[in-house]
Design a protein around this ligand. Structure first.
Ligand code: ADP
Ligand code: MG
Length: 356
């Protein structure tokens, strides 16, 4: 049997009881454009949940529908079991952080964070206390008096986060919040944000088009394609057992084998995938595959040195091409046109359901 029979450990089972967010039959049309095309989804209380997908796949529209900035064409939005589909944003226990988080430039960080409480007429002393608490949560204690111009990009982003947390919403929606940061800062903020979510324990729904970001930060991921969700699962499930060719390709390198190549290598027809880092390369062309392994032979079409790894593209003798990611310390320096043997453990290959 294909290894799909082996269940993967589910690392973060959705909380029992009423989900923090429940979407049913959600659709949104803008004139002729169907931005959201039938989304059903439960997000548990306290989950760090990522919506991952290419640009234009409907992630922002779903988020805006949860926040109440968009009225769905059809379907319902529930928060903690209550139908809020027709409630305005301010009647929902939800806050949003956008990518282009705009701080008021003439106000200090503290005043920016307090702003929402001022609008709600929270007394001044209480406001101040809550703002300092929120700044402390995002590790900006001591920065309350700074103006936005005196803060770095990452610090400004954390002020925006504190501003959204200060109302203590049950759910925080984040739309590509790290998109404006450079790579190094982005990686730091990924860790920070995850830690902050653990500290405050509220539900985070995080929109991103970056697969690494989704994989490293989330308890669960929904993969979006053309207004629909193709798969929901833990990072491990989505990466190790993609349920469609789209998911296999969007979350990682898909490395698909089909037709004759799949049959020759794996002994059965269908579409198969094997992740590049699961394949080993050696020069023992004649050797049989050890027990529990698959072996194939091929010719190196291309190699790219990337520091920690070397990436090979290998044209299989059986047809088709596979990418292989070799850790630098085991690299044997195969050259283009060199003959190689590829081996991998049977259970690391998986069948990809063909599009219907
Ligand atoms: P994503 O956030 O995944 O990039 P969006 O939800 O922003 O995707 O957009 C989904 C689709 O809906 C896109 O085709 C987009 O052009 C369209 N769309 C989004 N908002 C509007 C709008 N206000 N008016 C018309 N079309 C829109
Ligand atoms: Mg978007």
């Amino acid at each position: 049997m294909p290894n799909q029979a082996t269940p993967l450990p589910t690392e973060a089972p959705p909380a029992t009881g009423e989900p923090a967010i429940r979407l049913r039959g959600l659709r949104k049309e803008f004139g002729p454009v169907r931005a959201v095309d039938g989304v059903d989804l439960d997000i548990g209380a306290g989950e760090f949940f990522a919506m991952l997908g290419p640009s234009g796949s409907g992630k922002t529209t779903v988020l805006r529908t949860i926040a109440g900035f968009e009225l769905p064409t059809a379907g319902t939005v529930e928060l903690a079991g209550a139908d809020v589909t027709h409630l305005p944003p301010f009647r929902r226990d939800v806050n949003t952080v956008f990518q282009d988080y705009a701080l008021f430039p003439h106000m200090t960080a503290g005043q920016n964070v307090e702003y929402g409480l001022r609008v709600k007429r929270v007394p001044k002393a209480r406001r101040r206390e809550r703002a300092l608490e929120a700044l402390d949560t995002v590790r900006l204690a001591g920065y309350a008096g700074r103006s936005p111009a005196q803060l770095s990009g990452g610090q400004r982003q954390r002020v925006a986060l504190a501003r959204a947390l200060v109302n203590r919403p049950k759910v925080l929606l984040l739309d590509e919040p790290l998109g404006a940061l450079d790579l190094k800062l982005r990686l730091d903020m990924q860790t920070e944000l995850k830690q902050i979510q653990r500290d405050v324990g509220i539900t985070f729904v995080f929109v991103t088009h970056d697969q690494d970001e989704a994989l490293t930060m989330s308890d669960r991921i929904a993969v979006f394609n053309a207004g629909r969700i193709e798969q929901v699962g833990t990072p491990r499930e989505v990466y190790e057992r993609p349920r469609s060719a789209f998911v296999a390709g969007f979350v990682g390198t898909s490395n698909l084998l089909s037709g004759r190549a799949a049959e020759a290598v794996l002994g059965r027809p269908g579409v198969f995938s094997i992740r590049p880092e699961k394949i080993r390369l050696d020069g023992d062309l004649g050797r049989e595959a050890p027990d529990g392994e698959i072996a194939a032979t091929g010719t190196v079409a291309n190699s790219v040195y990337a520091g920690a790894t070397v990436r090979y593209e290998v044209a299989l003798d059986a047809g088709g091409q596979l990418a292989v990611l070799v850790p630098n310390h085991t690299d044997q320096g195969f050259r283009a046109a060199g003959r190689v043997r590829l081996t991998w453990r049977k259970e690391h290959g998986f069948r990809v359901p063909e599009a219907t």
